[in-house]
Structure formats: C-alpha cells, structure tokens
Design a protein around this ligand. Structure first.
Ligand SMILES: Cc1ncc(COP(=O)(O)O)c(C=O)c1O
Length: 483
C-alpha cells in the first residue's frame, strides 16, 4: 500500500477495514479456544466506551491526567486484596502478561545486583511449563534460564527438582498459577518456602489465572494457596485482559513491598528534555487500557465474575469428561481452572487439530518438550460455554476421521528431522527452499498445518526457532505488487 494522495472519508476507511477482516478468525462464534475473552455485548460496550473516553489521554505523566493515576491505584488496590496482599503490596499497570513478567524479572536482576553483587552471571529457574515470556525476559536482560522438568503425571514441577537446580548464581524462582499449556498449578507454597530458605526472590505467574482462580475456588474448585498469602512469594503478575474481560493491553505486576518495586522504575533526568520516570516499559501510553480495566472490574463486580466462573467450571468439566471418553484421548494432569491440554498415545494430534479446524474449531497444538509429550490445548472462555457439547461431538468425529486418514508425514522424515544438528546454519535461499518444499511461498499463511506442526515438533528447538523467525520475518514484509 502507498499513502493515498487524498484521504478517504470515514465510511470508506471503515468499509476498507471491514473488508480486511474477512480472513480473520470468527472468535465471536465461540469456536475459538484461545485468546479472545468476552462475556457479553453489554460488557463490551461498557469497556469500549470507557476505553474510548481515555484513549487519547497520555498516561505518561500522572500529574497531567490525574484520573488515570487514580484508576491505577484503584485497580491495584482491588488486585492486591484479591490476591491476599496487604497495604504494602504495590504494583504497576502494564500492557500485558509479557510486560508484567519482563518487569518482574528485570526487577529481580536489579535487586540482586544491589543486594548480591557477587553474582555476575545470574540464573532464573524455570519449570519447562513456564510461559515463553520468561525465556524472553532472560534473553532481553542477559540472564541464564535454567530449565527444569516437570512431573509427567501432574505436569507441575517437583520442589526437589527446583532445589537441586539452585546454585550460588540463582536469583529467582517461579511457579505458574496455573501454567498456560496444561492449566496446572505448581506447588507455590513449597517453591516459596525454598525461596525463603535460600534467600531468593519468588515470582508467581498468575497472568492467566490470578484473577479467575479465587472465583473458581468460590465456585467449588480445589485451588491451593498461590498468592501473597503464601510467605516467600515476592512478586506476582496477573492479566485483566484475560479472565477479567478487560480490553487488550491490561495487566498488573505486583511486589510484596515498595522497596522491591523501586528496582523496576527507570528514571532519567540526564538529557535535555522532560524528566522521565517510567515505572513500566512504555513511556507515552494511552489511558484507554486502564480505563477499560477499571470499567470491567466495576461493571462485573464480585458476583458477576463469580457467576461466569461457575459456568466456566461446569463447561470445563463437560470438556474433560468428553475428552476422556473419546477413543484414544486423555486430559493431561488435573487442570485447576479452565485451561487444559489433551494428549494421545497413538493418534496424530496435528492432523486432529486440522480436522477440528475444518469443522470450524480453533484449538492450539502444543509441541513435545523434554519428557512432556505433544498435546492439544484449550483455553475455555465464556463464549465457548454453550458450545462444549457440540465440540465434544465434533471431537469424536474428528478422531474417527484421523484414524481412517493416511499419515501426513513418513516416520523416516520425522526421524531425519529430529536428528538434524541444532546449530545448523542455513542461508536465506536455503530457508526459502525449505518453505517452498512445504508449499509456503512469499510469506503466505498455510491452511492445513499438520505437516508444519509436526516438523516444528520434532526439530531441535534452536533450529525450529530459527525457521520460525525466518518465516515471521518474511510474513511481515510488505509486497509492492499487492493491491
Ligand atoms: C501463564 C501465562 N503467563 C504469561 C502470559 C503472557 O501474557 P500476554 O500474552 O498477555 O503477554 C500468558 C499468556 O497466555 C500466560 O498464560
């Protein structure tokens, strides 16, 4: 696209945008088990109106738009009370789970630099189920990610495994409540006790579950202690843009006390412009997300969230029972909330994901890593609630179809790919050749994914990452010959 010489009118702009959407996933139909969180059209209006009211306000300087500061304090106060925190708990409103985790890890690094200056090569211990954003944080901030396995029955980490991995360089332990991939909660009380014993910081990743788990507990689910009520937990992340149903760009990172949060804030008066005091990664930022989150919390209230949690709890049970009753499938571990993974001893799950896609369902295939086998993930959100039984019916039909279908990859190919050297270098032409062999050219988006998913599943991780990076670099390039 080139900049039009003359601008379009509003109708033309909106019509063009509407036209662009035709290939987008239709998440409103409740057939996407993923990252769209929506309770009702009324709620969407309230959050949308609040967002719009503040979207042009710059939340860079709290002295300018003081109401944004007040909203931040309000949501912080609600969040701290929700997660067992006292008045000492402080936090920052961020753009999402990844930013919250990046900040918690940076804070741990800077805290340790100050309090443990003898550590020059800091390490953070991550169960293999920790969200990828912890790896991103380690990568961005120059820390070593020490990855430890999880129990292959429960898909939670064993405290003894964490303790064995602690070295004089360790600065941070973490656990998920729950993990994204399998929806299981790590033993937070034990991990936090280890942190106390070894004088370490301990982060609980409640990005996906921090908000909903207390409501699930009230709805009758068995939810162990996972928050600031646990001694030794020093920081937590929790997203509003997931199960608090706020608009995207809304999360919070919290610390047990203000001394720790001091390490998060970046201040710079050493240049010729305005003084920067940035608690988070962004500097100029819209007031929209915090207004949206404030509106969501106040509009839903405790009872609104509890009612949805009860429905999600029931719907998840329908899914779990249906999956476990489906020939050759089983739910992995015991999901604590409404995220789960299911696996199979003998069925090709990547073909199954494609067969579900053809029936309109979007599910997420997950790769085998370490001792954890490949799986299909479901994030059950409110829009899915009325669809659980039809989903289970289609799942059964899709399984039957995959049993009868020919395999999409040869075992020899899979073995060959798995044996490829992890540090193999390929130039861009060779990479393009590989993608062309898979039928993907010019940064296109493939329809059926089974073969590609299977390749990514078996390639050594560094090589798979290289391929994916190359692909994405191509995908996001513009083409001059495009209409
Ligand atoms: C447990 C967990 N942590 C972190 C994140 C990252 O959150 P975001 O996608 O908002 O950056 C997610 C996202 O699903 C998550 O489930």
């Amino acid at each position: 696209m080139f900049l039009p010489k003359q601008g379009m009118n509003k109708e033309q702009v909106l019509e063009k945008l509407e036209g662009l959407r035709q290939n987008d996933v239709k998440w409103r139909n409740g057939k996407l088990f993923g990252g769209a969180f929506h309770v009702s059209n009324e709620m969407e209006d309230v959050v949308g109106d609040a967002f719009r009211m503040y979207m042009w306000d710059n939340a860079l300087d709290p002295r300018d738009i003081q109401s944004v500061l007040q909203m931040e304090r309000d949501v912080m106060s609600i969040a701290a009370a929700h997660l067992g925190g006292d008045e000492n708990v402080v936090g920052s409103f961020t753009s999402g789970g990844t930013e919250s985790v990046l900040l918690a890890v940076k804070t741990a690094r800077d805290w340790s630099r100050k309090h443990k200056p003898q550590i020059t090569e800091p390490e953070i211990i991550l169960p293999i189920t920790a969200h990828a954003c912890f790896h991103k944080a380690a990568h961005y901030f120059g820390l070593k990610a020490v990855v430890v396995p999880v129990n292959t029955e429960t898909f939670a980490v064993e405290p003894s495994v964490i303790e064995e991995a602690i070295t004089p360089n360790t600065i941070l332990l973490m656990g998920s409540a729950p993990s994204y991939a399998h929806g299981t909660i790590d033993p937070i009380e034990d991990i936090a006790a280890l942190a106390l014993k070894h004088d370490l910081l301990c982060h609980v990743d409640g990005c996906v579950g921090g908000w909903l788990l207390p409501f699930f507990r009230e709805a009758g689910a068995d939810v162990p202690a996972f928050d600031f009520s646990v001694p030794g937990v020093t920081s937590m992340s929790m997203d509003f843009h997931k199960y608090a149903y706020a608009a995207k760009g809304a999360s919070i990172v919290m610390y047990r006390n203000p001394e720790l949060r001091m390490e998060q804030i970046f201040t710079c008066s050493g240049w010729t412009g305005y003084t920067i005091v940035n608690p988070t990664i962004q500097s100029s930022k819209s007031g929209g997300p915090v207004a949206g989150a404030w509106a969501a919390l106040n509009y839903m209230g405790h009872d609104g969230y509890l009612n949805v949690a009860k429905e999600l709890h029931k719907a998840t049970q329908v899914a779990i029972d249906g999956i476990n009753q489906t020939d050759s499938l089983h739910v992995m571990g015991t999901p604590a909330m409404c995220l789960l993974a299911f696996g199979s001893e003998n069925l090709n799950l990547f073909q199954l994901a494609d067969a579900l896609k053809e029936r309109g369902w979007s599910v997420q295939p997950q790769n085998r890593k370490g001792d954890v086998p490949e799986s299909i993930h479901l994030t059950i959100n409110p829009l899915n609630i009325p669809n659980m039984e039809p989903f289970v019916d289609d799942l059964k039909a899709a399984v039957k179809e995959v049993w009868d279908a020919p395999k999409v990859t040869e075992p020899d190919l899979v073995e060959g790919l798995a044996a490829m050297p992890a540090d193999l270098e390929m130039d861009p032409e060779q990479m393009k050749g590989m993608f062309a062999m898979l039928g993907i050219e010019g940064g296109g988006i493939p329809g059926r994914m089974a073969v590609i998913n299977e390749i990514i599943n078996v390639l050594p991780t560094p090589l798979a990452d290289k391929f994916l990076t190359f692909y994405f670099n191509e995908l996001t390039r513009y083409r001059r010959d495009e209409a």
